[in-house]
Design a binder for this molecule. Structure first.
Ligand SMILES: NC(=O)c1ccc[n+]([C@@H]2O[C@H](COP(=O)([O-])OP(=O)(O)OC[C@H]3O[C@@H](n4cnc5c(N)ncnc54)[C@H](OP(=O)(O)O)[C@@H]3O)[C@@H](O)[C@H]2O)c1
Length: 276
């Protein structure tokens, strides 16, 4: 039976695809526009917000890696049930595990998909990763200019490598384990934005200074990058909290895959080409 990977062009989707391919699984890659997808496995066009595109994508599929798209989730569940899908692994977010998540925009949209899958007739597993190491790609212009600008530079987060999420998802999609579970995933250690800048400077061989932004300046940058206005205060609240409280890291990557999560340094070493 085939495993369908939605968002196969995305950072995590691609990592899931690579892990499944390496394990010799029968994989199908999905994108809203598969004509431009070049991933070396059969590819199909499917838009999670357009149910009419899903039947062909799900034909003969036993398990699905699913990006969170609340708008289309009812249509997805119906199409997956009709296709005989047995297990769905959702890429959700640690936002749904945060204190006050009921009031959080980010948490609500991920929760809507978690709840729809909980009520579905097939098994599902929710992945709740914290902040991604890939987020530092948003610093590329700053790094080129030699100054990393961020609010709360001493916020400490357990930055996770996308391949660790991919390896966890691939394992579960392959063996059908962890049905009905929500798995909080993090990198190996809390690392502050300031420490991330130090690692980047060291690996890239560049002098990098850190300049602290006010929360208002950071919110304006997030808005300029197209983030919904409700999200900035929620993210900034979490960053502020992790300057005071140690941010929680988990051992779930090791428990599921049998190997330790990759460090932030490893991510930078593998991705140095992204910084010019
Ligand atoms: N960044 C973080 O720190 C963080 C932390 C926790 C959770 N998350 C979660 O991770 C997700 C981002 O993952 P990522 O970094 O891998 O994202 P990414 O690289 O931006 O890729 C997003 C993928 O979603 C697909 N997509 C978007 N709309 C779609 C639709 N309507 N139907 C089907 N596919 C659609 C895109 O596929 P095509 O363009 O090819 O169609 C693309 O491959 C967020 O949405 C959030 O839920 C992020």
């Amino acid at each position: 039976m085939t495993i369908l990977v939605t968002g196969a062009r995305g950072h995590v989707g691609r990592a899931v695809l690579d892990a499944l391919f390496a394990a010799g699984q029968d994989v199908r890659a999905a994108s809203r526009d598969a004509t431009t997808l070049d991933v070396g496995v059969p590819a199909v066009s499917a838009d999670l917000e357009d149910a009419a595109t899903l039947d062909a994508a799900l034909d003969g599929v036993s398990a699905v890696f699913l990006y969170t798209r609340p708008q289309g989730i009812e249509g997805f569940v119906k199409a997956a049930e009709a296709a005989g899908v047995r297990h769905v692994v959702q890429l959700s977010s640690s936002a749904t595990l945060e204190p006050k998540s009921a009031q959080s925009h980010l948490a609500r949209l991920h929760r809507a998909v978690e709840e729809a899958l909980e009520a579905a007739p097939f098994a599902s597993t929710v992945l709740n990763p914290g902040a991604f190491a890939t987020n530092v790609l948003g610093w590329r212009e700053d790094i080129a200019a030699g100054v990393v600008r961020t609010a709360y530079p001493d916020a400490r987060i357990g930055a996770i490598h996308e391949q660790d999420i991919g390896d966890v998802a691939a394992r579960i999609l392959t063996d059908g384990s962890h049905g009905g579970e929500a798995l909080p995933l993090t990198g190996p250690e809390p690392i502050s934005f300031r420490e991330q800048a130090e690692v980047l400077a060291d690996v890239l061989g560049k002098r990098l200074r850190v300049e602290e932004l006010t929360p208002e300046q950071e919110a304006a940058r997030m808005a300029a990058r197209g983030w919904p206005p409700e999200v900035a205060p929620e993210v900034l609240r979490t960053w502020e909290r992790t300057t005071r409280e140690p941010s929680v890291v988990t051992d779930v990557v090791r428990e599921v895959t049998g190997r330790a999560p990759r460090s932030f340094r490893q991510w930078v070493e593998e991705n140095r080409g992204a910084f010019g």
